[in-house]
Design a protein around this ligand. Structure first.
Ligand code: SAM
Length: 269
């Protein structure tokens, strides 16, 4: 029997029992952790988490589902159900000063990228330590792709600049009710920003990455030229280790950071 659902809210509920346990297991020992769950739905993951973590904050946009869970967990003070939009929630306000939280969620697929960017920013700011997230397989493949492979792009570079990404497992549509049209993959992220290690400032480097990946079919030099960087400055600063015709997709983050630093120092000469 199919569960009642709102497709607009990305409601595909997890009904595979082994998978819901595997998702929670992927966060390891939670006995001293605060966990934020995104989109608890009917509580497939919430039910297991509630007994394992020190504090659980579950954020659900659907009023009826939030009410259902508030009633179900009314006698469990470690569980807080918040009705609201994750994208409009400042995650810092949910975590005590000086602490970090972990995030878990079978994400609503219509806003996967926005949620990922929000979590990467919160991870970089020191609010979050780890996340275990289910998303559509195509997006997970992009997040975890290595440079040089077809799926590598801005989302991969941004994610990997902020977190170490582990690809855990993939589920077929039949693991959900109603079944979505796509396969779903679970990733684990350990937030560990690399900006200091690579000698780049976060804001400047994030903007630089957007310019580098602006048009996939263009070379990196052409994308940077289109962004207004003069040819002379590009030739003066171009590191010898990077082929002149390289595309952004083929370069690792170390090479990207080297190019960024070199262009910056050329601008100050
Ligand atoms: N965790 C449940 C499960 O695994 O069965 C439900 C997952 S379902 C894919 C996504 C959930 O996110 C739904 O319950 C949906 O109502 C909720 N949701 C959708 N948009 C949201 C938003 N902007 N903020 C918070 N929750 C949202």
């Amino acid at each position: 029997m199919q569960m009642k659902h709102k497709p607009k809210l990305g409601q595909n509920f997890l009904v595979d029992d082994a998978a819901r346990h595997a998702i929670v297991d992927a966060l390891g020992d939670l006995s001293k952790r605060t966990v934020i769950e995104i989109g608890p739905g009917h509580g497939a993951i919430t039910d297991i988490l509630a007994g394992r973590c020190q504090r659980l904050i579950a954020l659900e946009l659907d009023r009826a589902l939030a009410a259902e869970l508030t009633f179900r967990f009314r006698d469990q003070p470690q569980v807080q159900i918040l009705e609201g939009d994750v994208l409009k929630t400042d995650l810092r306000t949910l975590v005590a000063e000086g602490e970090t939280a972990d995030v878990i969620g079978n994400l609503p697929y219509y806003i996967t990228s926005d949620i990922l960017l929000q979590l990467l920013a919160a991870g970089s700011a020191g609010t979050l330590a780890r996340a275990v997230l289910m998303m559509q397989r195509e997006v997970a493949d992009r997040v975890s792709a290595a440079p040089g492979v077809r799926d590598y792009g801005l989302l991969s570079a941004t994610a990997q600049m902020n977190a170490q990404v582990d690809h855990l497992f993939t589920l077929p549509p039949s693991a959900f009710s109603p079944p979505p049209e796509v396969y779903s993959t679970v990733l684990r992220l350990h937030f560990a920003p690399r900006f200091t290690e690579l000698g780049v400032a976060p804001e400047g480097f994030n903007s630089f990455l957007k310019l580098c990946f602006a048009q996939k079919r263009k070379t990196l030099q052409n994308n940077l030229r289109a962004a207004g960087i003069a040819v002379e400055r590009l030739s003066a600063a171009w590191p010898s280790s990077i082929p002149a015709k390289a595309r952004a997709e083929s370069l690792g983050l170390e090479a990207m950071a080297e190019l960024y630093r070199s262009l910056k120092s050329a601008a100050h000469e």
